[in-house]
Design a protein around this ligand. Structure first.
Ligand code: FES
Length: 148
């Protein structure tokens, strides 16, 4: 009997991806807004309880999220969540971006299996921390403690 390892790997991969929506697969394979921003207005790096790290950089222009990028060493769903949260935050006011919730990201992704719901939390928490870092930096600049 022939044993085709490539075929088996392809079938297993197909099975794994079958639990994810088209949107998740698209964002995991073609993530948007990947990378860092030079001289960002806000930045955050969070490592989730699963050990995966996400980093987000933001540029704020007139109270609006002008540019936002991410990086993660996490799994496919984490990449999809980072990609989606950056897409959703771009062009929103700071208040709107802070109001984005893991549920919003999960809905936009078409859902995630239970064991990957925390990937959406990691992405949203990192976005919120990056925006909070912007406020912290701005406050320090206003006090003249650091240069803008
Ligand atoms: Fe931990 Fe995706 S498995 S963030």
């Amino acid at each position: 009997m022939d044993f085709d390892l490539d075929k088996l790997a392809a079938e297993l991969q197909k099975e794994v991806w079958a639990q994810f929506s088209e949107v998740v697969i698209d964002h995991a394979n073609n993530p948007r807004n990947v990378g860092s921003i030079e001289n960002p207005d806000g930045y955050a790096s969070i490592t989730g309880q699963c050990g995966d790290n996400m980093q987000i950089w933001v540029k704020i222009v007139d109270g609006v999220v002008g540019e936002v990028t991410f990086w993660t060493d996490g799994c496919g769903p984490t990449i999809a969540a980072g990609s989606m949260v950056t897409e959703m935050a771009k062009g929103r006011t700071i208040k709107e971006a802070l109001a984005l919730s893991p549920r919003d990201v999960l809905e936009a992704l078409g859902g995630l299996p239970e064991e990957h719901v925390h990937c959406a939390f990691l992405a949203v928490n990192t976005l919120h921390e990056a925006i909070k870092n912007y406020f912290k930096k701005r406050e320090l600049e206003q006090r003249g403690w650091v240069r803008g």
